[in-house]
Ligand binder design. Structure first.
Ligand code: ZN
Length: 602
């Protein structure tokens, strides 16, 4: 992080007032000491880094006006994100109201229970002055509901005390928008990981939360990752780190930042006092730790080692990179691996998680049509905007990307007799492109550089693997790759179960097809996503998810059943020949071990 001299008056000053909690409104002002003589342009980002979709945050600006020396200044709309003020001499202030009612990690949310915002939702960018220091005064709401609220953010304090309302400072605009802010009556715990203070902030009612366990487990994860990237110095890349967590009834997601992460999780996934210590692959708490591990790994991989297209980000338009398989896929590979290395899960549970990923990749025929490089590039219009046909059309750069990482890891380990691993490649990426990212005029890494680095560090010629599995759509030969490591990839399912090969959802009291997999039994019989199942051989199909399975359980593969279904409001009849479920129950079993070849998780 760049150091800013706090005594120097920053040119760009913001105030944030959470004014109307019930109406979900923040009042924001930005003051520019030396506006552009041609008329200062202001713009709100169209997207937030880490979430690759155009969101047009400026649509939540309700009222906006400008003034200088106490007099109104004309403000003209340039496009849906931007305004231009008439030329003025001296300081220019723009005041606006932001509607904040998006309960996600990507935008802003305000009510009587808490306030949360990302900078991309509230701070207008002052075009041409992004490199200046930016200062923000975050004010306490006047609402009595907020009288004991505190503030949690990784943004460095200027006038504010830690966890207090007041002024905070950022080195530049890119820094300013990379520290989300939470305010409320949250639970808070602090620990040190290799000397660096880490906060865990939990907003939302969570009875009997086992904060001590959370603290101990996160410390283990963070120290493992810091030591992974800096094995000698164990130096973390940030001065402090904040896990901002919102606990809700049902939710899951996270967004990475340079010194914090914003998380949303199900209350049930947080540890209760006296939860069993041993974590199984299906435990919600393991899922939460995996999420924390994932976002924390991004502190290095994507927040500092970055694709060239993101250095700097173009915040007004889609920013294309074919490398998300490396930044999201490899992060997905290492998130669970770090849990094993931190001693929080057994290798057995880890392999169960991995088997689930293998099965999920094999389920969609989209994997034969789209490569992970193309999926990365088209994230904006495809992965982030999935429709009912997604499994037949696209592949996930997260799940297949994590298996690509596994493929490279096992290949490098096997072909170098264990002398090199994927870890060495990650370290080289870090040392050459990440470590000094914010200290120097750093740049991102290109596809060609990534590929050359893999060859250089491993001493192998890996182009054929990039051709087939990164730029191509071949299935990863995991059984063959795992064999020398004493791991058997097996079909754990004894008998194929009869299946329609669909995904379903509840539609009131009915069962609706949400996805129909290409080539499956339902597709062949003419059923479509959106059809509402009425009956199977004249027995009603109910909405609860297990009902269809239990009805199908009375048949065998090869049987034909009569399906009545509503398409829109018209009843249709289909003769469905049941097929075996497409994806075998994948299991990864340790059958032995090789002295020379160490498994990534061993
Ligand atoms: Zn991620």
């Amino acid at each position: 992080m760049k150091k800013t001299n706090p005594k120097k008056q920053p040119a760009i000053q913001y105030t944030i007032v959470p004014r109307d909690l019930a109406g979900h409104l923040f009042d924001v002002t930005v003051t520019v000491a030396l506006p552009s003589p041609d008329g200062q342009v202001f713009a709100l980002p169209a997207w937030i880094p880490g979430s690759y979709m155009i969101r047009e945050f400026a649509r939540n600006i309700i009222r906006i006006r400008a003034e200088s020396h106490g007099k109104p200044v004309a403000l003209a709309k340039v496009d849906k994100h931007s305004w231009r003020a008439a030329p003025v001499d001296g300081p220019l202030t723009v005041s606006y109201e932001v509607y904040a009612w998006d309960l996600s990690v990507r935008a802003a949310h305000l009510d009587q229970t808490h306030g949360f915002f990302n900078g991309t939702s509230v701070y207008l960018r002052v075009l041409g002055q992004e490199h200046m220091a930016h200062q923000v005064d975050i004010q306490r709401p006047h609402d009595p509901a907020a009288k004991s609220w505190r503030v949690a953010t990784s943004l460095p304090e200027l006038g504010a005390k830690r966890y207090g309302f007041g002024t905070y400072i950022a080195a530049d605009y890119d820094d300013l928008i990379d520290h989300p802010v939470e305010m409320g009556d949250f639970a808070l715990a602090t620990f040190k990981a290799h000397g660096v203070p880490h906060d865990i902030v939990i907003t939302g009612r969570v009875p009997n939360l086992d904060m001590a366990r959370l603290q101990a487990d996160l410390k283990a994860i963070c120290e493992t990752q810091i030591a992974f990237f800096e094995p000698k110095s164990k130096k973390a890349p940030m001065d402090r780190y904040v896990f901002l967590t919102l606990a809700v009834g049902d939710g899951y997601g996270g967004l990475e930042h340079r010194a914090s992460t914003a998380l949303i999780c199900a209350r049930a996934d947080l540890p209760v006092a006296n939860t069993p210590k041993r974590l199984g692959a299906a435990d919600g708490y393991l899922k939460f730790l995996g999420l924390c591990s994932h976002e924390y790994f991004h502190t290095w991989n994507v927040k500092r080692i970055k694709p060239a297209a993101f250095a700097p980000y173009d915040l007004q338009a889609e920013t294309y990179t074919p490398l998300l398989w490396l930044f999201e896929g490899f992060t997905s590979y290492y998130d669970d691996l770090m849990l094993v290395r931190a001693g929080l899960v057994t290798e057995e549970a880890y392999l169960k998680l991995q088997a689930k990923t293998v099965a999920s990749v094999l389920r969609g025929s989209g994997r034969t049509k789209q490569s992970v490089a193309d999926s990365s590039f088209d994230a904006w219009s495809k992965y982030y905007r999935q429709d009912e046909n997604a499994p037949n059309a696209i592949v996930s750069y997260y799940t297949k990307g994590s298996l690509v990482a596994l493929m490279f890891d096992l290949t490098i380990r096997a072909k170098t007799s264990g002398k090199k691993t994927l870890d060495d490649v990650m370290l080289a990426l870090w040392q050459r492109f990440g470590r000094d990212f914010y200290a120097a005029e750093a740049r991102g890494v290109t596809e060609a550089e990534v590929e050359a680095l893999f060859d250089e560090i491993s001493g192998l010629k890996l182009k054929p693997l990039f051709d087939r599995y990164v730029r191509g759509t071949d299935d990863l030969p995991l059984a063959k790759l795992y064999a020398p490591f004493g791991v058997k990839l097996a079909d754990e399912r004894k008998v194929a179960k009869p299946s329609l090969d669909v995904a379903t959802g509840r539609d009131g009291a009915d069962c609706k097809l949400t996805q129909v997999h290409e080539g499956g039994a339902a597709h062949r019989a003419g059923l479509s996503a959106g059809d509402v199942l009425a009956a199977l051989d004249r027995v009603r199909v109910a909405g609860n998810p297990s009902n269809l399975d239990s009805l199908l359980g009375r048949y065998s593969v090869g049987d034909t059943v009569k399906v009545h279904a509503f398409r829109r409001d018209e009843l249709m009849t289909f003769n469905v020949k049941l097929m075996g479920d497409r994806v075998p129950g994948i299991a990864l079993e340790v059958t032995g071990s090789d002295k020379k070849l160490k498994r990534p998780s061993a």
